[in-house]
Design a binder for this molecule. Structure first.
Ligand code: SAH
Ligand code: SF4
Length: 397
């Protein structure tokens, strides 16, 4: 028997048409210029597309009725309006929805990376939790994302694309139909009222792309989310905090989790680089703070680690003088995590100290626990690379 000839298979998919969905105005302008739109028409065409893509949610160029037929065809030849590909959609018993999304491969990636996006409906609001990176380079000891080795920054359109995709899936476009399966959706006209950068990744390590995507999200002629309804959560990349405040001006959340450097070094290792005192100073100086516009401090409740009453008092003391909200987050366990969530009584006693200091209803109810969609549980399967795939990826790089 003769051996089958060795065939070299190119695993890279053929160059796909780029999607315009999620692009910034500048990106659209360049794309249209490349497609041959004359310079003097560019601004007008960008404005037309902007409205179709971001105010109406169109997914086909052929439906853009005020764009000439010729241009519609040209656009269709070169581009798509595709959203990130959905690998799975899970709906929790409490209405929380989690999407696992697949992104195009770039450069040396051995397989297409995956990220997660979570939608959390409440009676009067709907919050979309979006990812800013595939995985995270930081290694907070209680966070599942931090154990994922495959990491890359998301492009601006991949970040904004998560909002478009979620609006598609829950029917949050003018005239669109919702899922109609009886699940909880807010009574508000818009089903996504808030966006939080609390999914996978450290958003301040992908500053430019996250900033561009939030410019898209807050553009009044399109998605039109108020910057006060967008919250960036950071583990404490101190030098980027003032820059973010000046340039992006969204609400800010800080993953504090400890009140002294020794413990915070262990839980949130970036603290070794930027200790608590420096972090607090950056918070104090965050632009536009007032009692109506506070920084949220997140504090994960870890049994016998950071949940004593002395720590509750230290927390209140640390935040004095900063317009602050406190979010106590019950620890969400994940397979093989080394921590346990504090007992409910301990959380209540801790919350009481915080409440007495004037901070209202601070315990965040975990949502979507049954589908591993709660805070800090996001970690895509794209890590499950075999050793040989990893080697192949490294060799190509
Ligand atoms: N990287 C950013 C944003 C993503 S994490 C940051 O760290 O702020 C969003 C929030 O979930 C952070 O406050 C994070 O500390 C918290 N978190 C991570 N793992 C968690 C877990 N297992 N249980 C509860 N909260 C967790
Ligand atoms: Fe990264 Fe945030 Fe998780 Fe820390 S908590 S590992 S910064 S995603």
């Amino acid at each position: 028997m003769t051996a089958a000839p060795l065939v070299k298979i190119d695993l890279q998919s053929p160059a796909a048409k780029p999607s315009l969905a999620g692009m910034t105005r500048a990106g659209l302008k360049t794309a249209l210029a490349d497609a041959g739109v004359p310079e003097k028409q560019l601004n007008m065409r960008v404005a037309q597309l902007w409205s179709w893509i971001y105010a109406r949610g169109l997914t086909r160029f052929e439906d853009m009725t005020d764009v000439s037929k010729d241009l519609r065809r040209q656009l269709d030849d070169r581009f798509t309006l595709d959203r990130p590909e959905i690998v799975s959609e899970q709906v929790s018993v409490d209405g929380t929805c989690k999407w696992l999304l697949r992104l195009p491969k770039r450069g040396h990636e051995a397989r297409p990376p995956e990220i997660e996006t979570v939608y959390i409906p409440e009676s009067d609001r709907g919050t979309l939790c979006i990812s800013s990176q595939v995985g995270c380079t930081l290694t907070c000891s209680f966070c599942h994302t931090g154990t994922q080795r495959l990491v890359r920054n998301l492009e601006a359109e991949e970040i904004a694309g998560q909002i478009l995709l979620a609006r598609d899936r829950i029917g949050d476009w003018p005239g669109a139909k919702g899922p109609e399966d009886g699940r909880l959706l807010p009574s508000s006209e818009r089903k996504i009222t808030n966006v939080v950068l609390m999914g996978m990744g450290e958003p301040l390590y992908n500053f430019d792309n996250v900033k561009a995507a939030m410019d898209v999200a807050s553009d009044g002629d399109g998605l039109a989310l108020s910057r006060r309804r967008i919250t960036l959560s950071t583990s404490g990349v101190v030098p980027e905090i003032p820059r973010w405040g000046e340039q992006a001006d969204t609400m800010l959340a800080i993953s504090l989790h400890a009140t002294n450097d020794d413990l915070r070094n262990e839980l949130v290792p970036i603290n070794r680089k930027y200790p608590i005192a420096e972090l607090m100073e950056a918070c104090r100086n965050y632009p536009g703070l007032s009692n109506a516009r506070r920084i949220t401090f997140e504090y994960v409740m870890l049994k016998d680690i950071n949940d004593s009453l002395a720590e509750a008092r230290a927390l209140v003391k640390l935040l004095s003088g900063i317009p602050a909200k406190i979010n106590l987050i019950p620890f969400n366990p994940w397979p093989n995590s080394r921590y346990e969530c504090s007992d409910w009584e301990t959380i209540e006693r801790f919350a009481e100290v915080v409440n007495r200091a004037g901070y209202a209803s601070p315990v965040r109810t975990p949502r979507g626990r049954d589908i591993l969609a709660a805070c800090g549980q996001l970690r895509s399967e794209s890590l499950r690379l075999s050793a040989s795939e990893r080697r192949a990826g490294a060799e190509k790089a």
